[in-house]
Design a protein around this ligand. Structure first.
Ligand SMILES: Cc1cc2nc3c(=O)[nH]c(=O)nc-3n(C[C@H](O)[C@H](O)[C@H](O)COP(=O)(O)OP(=O)(O)OC[C@H]3O[C@@H](n4cnc5c(N)ncnc54)[C@H](O)[C@@H]3O)c2cc1C
Length: 310
């Protein structure tokens, strides 16, 4: 669609209030208070949470240390509000590209902070240039912390071997398709191949004794997995669902109604703009709905303060 293509190309030029309104369904807000409020509402509706502070590829050590301090505050706030949630961190937000030792130190600090609060910390997975370093980082953290989780991407050819090489013990692994478009020499390209790999990797994780977080909104894939997992597993114990705020909400309700644990990933922070642009590029279909919705609102009433709109 021409309008979509134009809007995608012009995303960086869109005025902040409009962009904020477009992203409101995916982002809880700019502050921790807004994110906690969103988690509280989700909790009241029966959903557990995951908190993510938007940020990646920090420029220097000071920025990575600031991120640690924000994440410590987020974990404390989750505990103070009695919420069932944990924090999830991109390795390059903790300085992985600057120094693996720095990332190791910062994750170690956060894990030690989260442990007495009864919380886990998830090491996220970024593009393939960071995969080896992220797996090294995870293995070292796992040696001394039992509350650290990982993410693996079914798009990458290497993932079955990475699962086989995971350290001993039960690891909570979030299985995703992978949001980064990778070279065809190292990654599946076809939609069905990525799906099939997700299915196989998920079963491999369960067979190897790990806990599986099915992080997908692909209803058919999830149904296929649930059929394969069958009655042998109790929902919530060895597998559960993770979903992104604002994406395919009716599906969350159906899974919850069927007795599954569903965790909603709630991103927030001042860097919402670059995150929103990535989300909208990922799914132009959503962009179409948002454009229609925005025009409808602006013709029916004066524009609301974007920060307050949902
Ligand atoms: C909780 C969670 C954490 C994640 N963490 C990581 C990570 O650490 N590293 C990583 O590489 N990837 C991560 N991802 C992203 C993941 O890799 C996929 O890019 C994303 O989940 C879309 O794939 P899908 O399995 O939902 O299937 P798709 O086939 O992409 O989507 C299924 C359906 O959901 C809709 N949909 C999916 N995503 C969106 C969206 N963003 N906006 C609007 N509609 C959408 C599609 O339109 C489609 O109808 C995470 C995903 C989730 C749910």
């Amino acid at each position: 669609m021409v309008l979509e293509k134009l809007v995608l190309a012009a995303l960086p030029l869109i005025p902040r209030p409009i962009m904020r309104r477009l992203s409101a369904r995916y982002i809880a807000g700019e502050t921790l208070e807004e994110a906690i409020e969103r988690l509280r509402r989700l909790s009241a509706a029966g959903f557990a949470g995951v908190l993510d502070i938007l940020g990646e590829d920090v420029a220097d050590e000071a920025a990575a240390r600031t991120a640690l301090s924000e994440y410590r505050g987020a974990a404390t706030a989750i505990a103070e509000h009695g919420l069932d949630a944990y924090v999830s961190v991109k390795p390059t937000h903790f300085g992985l590209r600057i120094s693996e030792d720095l990332a190791l130190e910062l994750y170690g600090d956060l894990l030690a902070h989260a442990s007495p609060l009864g919380q886990a910390v998830r090491v996220e997975m970024e593009d393939h240039t960071t995969t080896d370093a992220t797996l090294r980082l995870f293995a070292k953290l796992h040696e001394s912390h039992d509350n650290v989780g990982l993410v693996l991407q079914s798009r990458l050819f290497r993932t079955p071997a990475d699962i086989a090489a995971l350290p001993d013990g039960t690891i909570d692994v979030r299985m995703v398709k992978g949001i980064y478009l990778e070279p065809e020499s190292i990654a599946h390209k076809g939609v069905q191949e990525i799906r099939d790999a997700f299915f196989e990797c998920s079963l491999q994780l369960l067979a190897n004794g790990h806990v599986l977080a099915i992080a997908s909104h692909d209803e058919h894939l999830a149904a296929r997995l649930l059929l394969a997992i069958g009655a042998g597993e109790t929902p919530g114990e060895r597998f559960y669902f993770e979903v992104l705020l604002g994406v395919q909400e009716p599906l969350w309700h159906r899974w919850k109604a069927a007795g599954h644990v569903v965790r909603v990933y709630v991103p927030y922070g001042p860097h919402w703009r670059s995150y929103s642009q990535r989300r909208l590029r990922k799914n132009p279909e959503i962009l179409r709905h948002l454009i229609r919705d925005t025009f409808r609102r602006s013709t029916s009433r004066a524009p609301a303060d974007a920060r307050g709109s949902r």
